[in-house]
Design a protein around this ligand. Sequence first.
Ligand SMILES: *Cc1c(COP(=O)(O)O)cnc(C)c1O
Length: 373
Amino acid sequence: MIPYGRQTIEDDDIQAVVDVLKSDYLTTGPKIAEFEQIVADYVGAKYAVAISNGTSALHAACFAAGIGPGDEVITTPLTFAASANCVLYCGGTPVFADVDARTYNIDPEDIKRKITDKTRAIIAVHLAGQPCDMDEIHSIAREHNLVVIEDGAHALGSVYKGKKIGSLSDMTTFSFHPVKPITTGEGGMIVTDNESLYKKLLLFRSHGITRDDSLMNRNDGPWFYQQLDLGYNYRITDIQCALGCSQMKKLDRFLKRRKEIVARYNEAFAGCNNIVTPYQLPETESGWHLYIVQIKKHDRKKVFETLRECGIGVNVHYIPVYMHPYYQEHGYENVHCRNAEEVYSHIISLPLYPGLSIEQQEYVIRTLKDICE
Ligand SMILES: *Cc1c(COP(=O)(O)O)cnc(C)c1O
């Protein structure tokens, strides 16, 4: 089976992990800060906090933003459940704004309609790596005094108007799950320019505990620490961060490969009016985490099943979050986002990852064209 996404692990990645295994620290050693610095420098952010995964990164961001019971946070339904679950973890209420039918990203016009006096934050998700309309989102946030969190799980290396994703908003989160732009196995990060948010994120990652004298209200001696808030054990290991450091050296090469594959797909499907290829927002560069097409005339389910039968590991990104039983049973049974549901009914994600060979891609193209023509 050709998967829809796959990690690229090379010999030097393996060596980096082995080196840590032979060192003094397996977790919370020097590799954490090194990885944080590399990612912060790459995206152009002041602070970075490496954390156990992309979901805990979102949870930490909602915590640092002060989201709690009674607060509403607006996000997109066309995303992985974690982008909304993080609000629920904090006792807040996710509110879904519909997507733009062309970009599949959250529609700023619908954000405006969903704002109430309880709205505290917006979580913008750069679906497939395609940046959201951040200027519009920031202008809405300024007007209503909202925190902006970007879920950049797909968008490490994506660029919006000349600036990397991670340098634009109050906080941006990343995921290093194996299918994401780079991997640490499991892993995540939050980047920010705000020192006070940074300090909250650090506390949250490790039980709410600090040894920082300036934060403690007394100090009994060199052994002393205090728990200031209710945090979690969301730490990431040095083993993972060593892999992350090594992977970061390859990110630009990975992104270039993804772009080449996408160009080949776009060209191959240009003449097929049954296959809608991704729209590209002007003044942005997608990191191309996913290649999502819409199947128009044929039945999507049949096309999907046939591709799977042919050994092509297609996927669907995503089922609108509020359609899941958990959300349906928790107050979202009457929520409908027309564009998100329409897009959902047609989409298929085709294989896209740096290691996809030309032969494999040509097989995917030929197979899909045969089904759709
Ligand atoms: C993968 C992903 C996450 C969660 O990341 P994990 O590292 O798997 O916890 C969150 N949001 C989006 C959009 C994702 O694709």
